[in-house]
Design a protein around this ligand. Structure first.
Ligand code: ADP
Length: 506
């Protein structure tokens, strides 16, 4: 744990840019890496130096440990920040970084390993006195054993992959007859995704909320909880909208959740930033779900209500500095909401969308934060996650934050490919969401209704503008040779058109 001056950012997109900005604010130099597909990405330009690491497929670039270490060596970095996704939760990567004499900005490999195996994590949590979802704490041998465990727990149950992540290898089973084929399906999916097909059985909770607690730990033995995030708005187990704090969490419940989270992190010798995920049942009981041993996509909502820069704390802890947050003073202030702006078509079953971003105008103004990773001219491909940017707002109350998010979503203009923007507008307009009456099944239940709903005229406006801009661009491109601009009935005056022509030298 020695101070460092230069950090290799082993990631791409919005999180790479987020980390580079934190490095600069900490007085550190940042080195970016990029695949051929990301040559023009903003994170490449904003870094001190940028190193090409290969062709677009992640396996040949962002997942290639040897190339990353070579980039760090060639640019004389002393530390590596893994971001999220890619290699961030792979213990062998943390080990390789350390063995190369560099600082891994994250927890020790032993903590990553302990939490990466879901059954081992469940055993450890049980030992630390943290409540876990009822179920097995060892993998089951086959579908016969799974059936007997499920019978003991009572249906419905979930089959889960011990190496799981991103909802892969997970199956809901409502009665015994479904178990055998679900077991085979989950096993082969897990084998394909993680190279390990082990499964375990967990009780399926009806309509829980997904509540997670942010923790920070330093080398002086301090483990601090930065309150909870409400992450129940999910599609196929993927979060879409997050908030802090949760309307379902009272100060007393927050204390209990924080105690459980700090005990969980402490029990694996945690260091840096991490998240303990819980399911909160309608009865008020909560259960450990898993720990993410890295920075999370939704960390900004916590930053806004706690006034802490989590990435800068990661950088400081990794250099052996004590945390700058004091547990006694930690109270959430106001309310923050994040919408993940993804390249997915909500009207086509959220199919990932590709194309060139023609125009991009992020919202701004009071209480608005845009953590983006793309700009106009960038091409969105299928090689990586569809997350383009995160739109985060803060307000003194939840109502203010909601109004602000509607306003900010209206200001956002993205032209060139479909995004989740219009769907977010619909969620913000939904009465159930506005009441905070949500659980992990919310989108499954109301998604179709939201898509069928007419948008309020003022909400539809930005989308119409985006469509018009795209149509205009296509029209202009098609019109060869250029036609003299005719004045539409309610268009700009001929005087304005003249000025514009002159200003572009035409
Ligand atoms: P992964 O690691 O694959 O993302 P998690 O265990 O974190 O899987 O669960 C992802 C989501 O699946 C949760 O946020 C929740 O919506 C749902 N889920 C997981 N376990 C249960 C459970 N026991 N009962 C009900 N829903 C669950």
């Amino acid at each position: 744990m020695a101070p460092f001056k230069r950090v290799l950012v082993a990631n791409r997109g919005e999180i790479a840019l987020r980390i580079i900005r934190a490095c600069h604010e900490e007085g550190l130099e940042a080195v970016a890496v990029y695949s051929e597909a990301d040559r023009l990405s903003p994170h490449v330009r904003s870094a001190h130096v940028a190193v090409p690491i290969g062709p677009p497929p992640a396996a040949d670039s962002y997942l290639d440990i040897a190339k990353l270490l070579e980039a760090a060596r060639a640019t004389e970095c002393q530390a590596v920040h893994p971001g999220y996704g890619f290699l961030s939760e792979r213990a062998p990567f943390a080990e390789a970084v350390t063995q190369a004499g560099l600082t891994f900005i994250g927890p020790p490999a032993t903590a990553i390993r302990a939490m990466g195996d879901k059954t081992e994590a469940r055993r450890r949590m049980q030992a630390a006195g943290v409540p876990i979802v009822p179920g097995t704490t060892r993998p089951v041998a086959d579908h016969v054993q799974a059936k007997s465990e499920a019978g003991r727990l009572g249906y419905p149950v979930l089959l889960k992959a011990t190496a799981g992540g991103g909802g892969k290898g997970m199956r809901l089973i409502r009665d015994e007859g479904e178990l055998e084929s679900a077991f085979e399906g989950a096993q082969s999916e897990a084998l394909k995704a993680f190279g390990a097909g082990e499964l375990y059985v967990e009780k399926y909770l009806e309509r829980p909320r997904h509540i997670e607690v942010q923790v920070l730990a330093d080398t002086y033995g301090r483990v601090v909880a930065l309150g909870e995030r409400e992450c129940s708005i999910q599609r196929r187990h993927q979060k879409l909208i997050e908030e802090a704090p949760s309307v379902a969490v009272t100060p007393a419940l927050r204390r209990r959740l924080s105690e459980a989270a700090t005990a969980a992190a402490g029990s694996v010798g945690y260091l840096g930033a991490g998240t303990i995920e819980f399911l909160l049942a309608p009865t008020g009981e909560f259960y450990f779900l898993e720990m993410n041993t890295r920075i999370q996509v939704e960390h900004p909502v916590t930053e806004l209500v706690y006034g802490v820069d989590i990435v800068r704390e990661q950088l400081r802890v990794a250099q052996g500095h004590p945390l700058r947050v004091h547990a006694g003073a930690l109270q959430p202030r106001g309310h923050a909401i994040e919408c993940r702006i993804t390249a997915e078509d909500p009207f086509n079953d959220f199919l990932p969308a590709t194309g060139v971003i023609r125009h991009l105008q992020p919202p701004s103004g009071p209480g608005v934060r845009w953590d983006g990773g793309v700009e106009a001219g960038n091409e969105v491909t299928l090689f990586y996650d569809p997350l383009l940017a995160k739109l985060i707002v803060w307000g003194d109350t939840r109502t203010t934050a909601l109004q602000r998010m509607r306003r900010a979503l209206r200001e956002l203009v993205i032209v060139g490919l479909p995004t989740s923007q219009s769907f977010h507008l619909r969620v913000m307009d939904d009465a159930e969401f506005q009441r905070g009456d949500v659980d992990v099944t919310y989108l499954e239940r109301v998604g179709q209704r939201l898509l069928a709903a007419e948008l309020a005229p003022e909400l539809a406006q930005p989308l119409a503008i985006a469509a018009a801009l795209l149509a205009e661009e296509q029209r202009t491109k098609a019109a060869l040779p250029p036609q003299p601009a005719a004045r539409p009935p309610d268009g700009p005056s001929p005087w304005l058109l003249t000025v514009r022509r002159e200003s572009i030298g035409g």
